[in-house]
Design a binder for this molecule. Structure first.
Ligand code: AR6
Length: 177
């Protein structure tokens, strides 16, 4: 499948997407929180937090997988991005790791369709343009070497992020839906 058929860009609430797995931007305790994680936990219901409590947390730069409970998605992948501290503490590599770890888990669980929010760009303060480039470049590199997931949706929350993603995809020559 050509790359342009394997990438999608949408704007809005990730919790309503009908994909095999949605990714949430979690904290290292996997304790739930605000932002996208709050929305995911609210939509999935209390069983999600109960399963998270069995996982013993997750270091930043990695991810963990659970069931999706009340969500349309079969799985939630809890990715822990870096807290941005000026870019001199390896944040770029940690952010890329959160995406790669999520994609690896997705492949291991036969996930064909997955949606990502803009990890670390809310409460964790990662500059949106840089985070967008890392997100897209990491996903594109993964898709180049792996058959699963088949389709990756970038789910931006609002027009500024959507515009950044659209621009980066055009720079890479990718036309996506
Ligand atoms: N659907 C898609 N994207 C969303 C949604 C939604 N429903 N709601 C917010 N976003 P953030 P972080 C976007 O702060 O920076 C939590 O408390 C939001 O606009 O959710 O990685 C966790 O538990 C932004 O672009 O995540 C951690 O403690 C993006 O999601 C901490 O925040 C990420 O913003 C993680 O911080």
């Amino acid at each position: 499948m050509p790359l342009s058929n394997r990438l999608q860009l949408v704007s809005g609430d990730i919790t309503v997407l009908e994909v095999d797995a949605i990714v949430t931007a979690a904290n290292a305790a996997l304790a739930g929180g605000g932002g996208v994680d709050g929305a995911v936990h609210r939509a999935a219901g209390p069983q999600l937090l109960a399963e998270c409590r069995t996982l013993d947390g997750c270091p930043s730069g990695e991810a963990r997988i659970t069931a999706g409970y009340g969500l349309a998605a079969r799985h939630v992948i809890h990715a822990v991005g870096p807290i941005y501290a000026g870019g001199i503490q390896g944040e770029a590599e940690t952010l890329a790791g959160a995406y790669r770890s999520s994609l690896q888990l997705a492949a291991e669980h036969a996930v064909r369709t997955i949606a990502f929010p803009c990890i670390s760009t809310g409460v964790y303060g990662y500059p949106q343009r840089q985070a967008c480039q890392i997100a897209i470049d990491t996903v594109v590199a993964w898709l180049g070497g792996n058959a699963l997931p088949e389709v990756v949706t970038f789910c931006c929350f609002g027009e500024p992020d959507t515009a950044l993603y659209r621009q980066r995809l055009i720079e890479l020559g990718v036309e996506c839906g």
